[in-house]
Each structure stands twice: as C-alpha cells, then as structure tokens.
Ligand binder design. Structure first.
Ligand SMILES: C[S@@+](CC[C@H](N)C(=O)[O-])C[C@H]1O[C@@H](n2cnc3c(N)ncnc32)[C@H](O)[C@@H]1O
Length: 363
C-alpha cells in the first residue's frame, strides 16, 4: 500500500466512508503525496500522452484559434492568456511559435498558468522562456480580472473530482469509498438513503430505473466553468476546453486510473496513478450559459481540428519532412482526428462573450 493509501485507509477506518470526490481530491491533490503534486504524468516515460505531445499541429491550430479571438475582441492592448494545467508547456509553446507573425498579439499577452505540480512548473518555465515570463497560480480565481481573458484547457477538467450516484431500489444514493476485509482493503459502498444530489441530475438520467446504474456529477467542473463564464461576461474574452467526455445523458462509471500507459485499478497505487473521469459537456454548457457566456459546441475533436485546417497544415509540413517524418505527421493527424482514436471521444467546447461572433472550429 502506498503512503497516501495508508493515510486514507486510517482516515476511513476512524471516520467512515468518504465520497468519490474526496477520494479523488486526496489521490490527486494531497499537498505532499497527491499524483498532481509529485507524480510523473506526461510523455513516453510518464503515465499518458496528450494531444499536444502527439503533434505540434495541435498547439499551432489552437494558437491560431486564440489569435482569431483576440482579433475579434478588437486587438486589445492587454489580454490575460491563461492555460489551466499546461503539463509540459508544449501546447502554449507551439501556439506562441505559430502566432509570432500576428502584429501586436504577443505584445498584448500576459501569460498565466494554473498549475499545482512544482516539477511541471519548472518544465513550463524552461519551455516557454523564449516567449514569455509566465505568472503561476494554484487556482483560476487568482488570475487578475483587469483585462479580457483568453483561456485554454486541454485534458484539465477530467482531473477534477466527480461525485457518483448509484441507482438503488429506493432512489439514487451516493457512491462512496469504504473499507472491507477487516478494514484492510478499499471498496466502493453505497451511502444509506437517497442523495439530495439526485435533483441535480439532468431529466433523462434522473429517471433511469435500472438498479446499479451509475451517474456522475462534477460540482468542481461546473463551478469552475461558471466562474470562467462570469469572468468572460464581465471582462470580455473567450475560453476553449478540450477533453474526453459526453454531451448528454450518462456514460455510467467513468472513473479510471492510468499508470505507465495502462489502465489500473483505482485503488491499486493511490497517489502514483492518474485518476480521471469523463467530462459532462452538457453540464458545462448549461453552467456557462447560466453564468452569462455564449457557447459554441460541444463538437468532436476530429471535426474541430478539421475545421481549423489540420489537413492543410499537415500538407504544408509534409514537403519539409523526410519520408519517415511525413509518415509520422500523417499518423499523428489520424490519431487526433479519426473517430476510432481521439476524434470522437474527445470533445471541444468554447465559451465567449455574447457580443463576439461564433468561434472557428464549430461548424
Ligand atoms: C492531464 S495533464 C494535461 C497537460 C496538458 N494540458 C496537455 O494537454 O499536455 C493535467 C495538467 O493539469 C495539472 N493539474 C491537475 N489538477 C490540477 C489542479 N487541481 N489545479 C491545477 N493544475 C492541475 C497537472 O499538473 C497537469 O499539468
């Protein structure tokens, strides 16, 4: 058992079962032992590979998307460019390299990175050194609100905690993490009685009556996206979220652990494996709209990237590449856009100040 697992085991033995959200929060964000404080998440030697790490085209196209939003904002002289969870800084590096020629854009940018992993902050500082001196924050609320906002977040929302409900004969009950086998092992349990959270489920999910069905809610995701939408409505701007998830209904139990590129048991290596859940994009859209932003999407990542011109970009890169590199460019593009790979499960959604025209990528 990991050190963090033992801390959690003792806590549950003393005080009783905890919610899935409390479990995720501890496993990922425990100040010393949480996965996103000290783990080795990204890259070939890490636990998973993300879209910007697959191809430079991803960050370049997102850079063009951000520059277009800045232009339609009227090219403000100051803008807060925020990335939530920038990982190794690859997306921003490619975005900034691709937009160097947009007159006035880089001069207007103040870069803010919301990142809790100290080791990744060091990597980001180094990777972005040629472009900007970022300001780091523990949370979005710390980003100043005295200029319009341009925000991007790839595979960030899936790392935020979810609550789970399980359908019992008497209604929806909260799914919890408890202990079995003489309090030696973790196991899922169902809280007694009905959960008041059930009232927050969307209509088609609330009425599911198959016992054992699981529904998920993420107050962390909806409160963050509401906060960003309020900021956009008040200070102008736009935000783009890309992640894996679903647009309506429920995907059932989507809590998953990943370690060294392989699925793992969620209780196997607490603090040493990534834990994620699918993002409910319908809930994001509802929360952001209620908070005053206009919404584009959600749409499939494949359609989004195709609309932004990934095939044209690949065709421009190919003649500059060796035959082996050209094959890599094509393979990376297919991985990002093919429905059987990341093209459909990954979704994109954009928030904007309602006075702005709809964003590119959402035809
Ligand atoms: C799955 S990685 C994605 C990295 C990057 N966006 C990419 O696409 O390669 C998640 C990123 O979010 C950061 N992170 C996770 N939870 C966070 C939190 N609660 N607050 C701030 N950063 C967090 C991680 O350290 C990491 O940089």
């Amino acid at each position: 058992m990991t050190e963090l697992a033992e801390i959690l085991r003792r806590r549950i033995a003393l005080a009783g079962p905890i919610t899935v959200a409390e479990f995720m929060t501890e496993a990922l964000n425990h100040p010393a032992l949480g996965y996103y404080r000290s783990g080795k998440p990204l890259g070939a030697s890490g636990d998973f590979v993300t879209a910007p790490e697959i191809s430079q085209m991803f960050g370049e196209l997102l850079g063009a998307w951000l520059a277009e939003r800045w232009l339609v904002l009227g090219s403000p002289q100051r803008v807060h460019l925020v990335e939530l969870g920038p990982g190794r800084g690859t997306l921003l590096r490619d975005a900034l390299r691709a937009t160097r020629a947009v007159p006035g854009f880089h001069e207007a940018l103040e870069l803010h990175l919301v990142e809790i992993h100290a080791g990744l902050r060091d990597v980001q500082r180094e990777v972005l050194a040629d472009y900007a001196t970022p300001h780091w924050h523990e949370r979005f609320a710390e980003v100043p609100s005295d200029a319009p906002l341009l925000l991007v977040a790839n595979e960030f929302l899936d790392a935020l905690p979810i609550r789970q409900l399980v359908r019992q004969p008497w209604g929806w009950a909260e799914r919890q993490v408890g202990l079995v086998h003489g309090r030696a092992k973790f196991a899922f349990a169902s809280a007694p009685g009905k959960s008041p959270l059930a009232t927050l489920l969307s209509e088609p999910v609330r009425t599911i009556d198959r016992f054992g069905s699981i529904a998920e809610l993420s107050p962390a995701v909806t409160s963050l996206t509401s906060e960003i939408a309020r900021r956009i409505a008040a200070s102008r701007g736009a935000a783009l979220f890309i992640d894996y998830g679903y647009d309506s209904g429920t995907n059932g139990d989507t809590l998953q652990a990943l370690r060294a590129h392989k699925a793992a048991d969620v209780f196997e290596a607490i603090g040493e494996a990534d834990l994620t859940a699918h993002v409910d994009f319908g809930a994001v859209a509802r929360a952001a709209r209620q908070a005053g932003a206009a919404i584009d999407g959600p749409t499939a990542q494949g359609d989004f990237l195709r609309d932004l011109g990934i095939e044209t970009r690949a065709a421009l890169l190919r003649p500059l590449a060796t035959p082996a590199q050209a094959a890599d460019i094509d393979a990376a593009m297919r991985r990002l856009i093919d429905p059987g790979q990341m093209g459909t499960l990954f979704r994109a959604i954009a928030l904007r100040d309602p006075s702005l025209p709809p964003a590119a990528g959402f035809i």
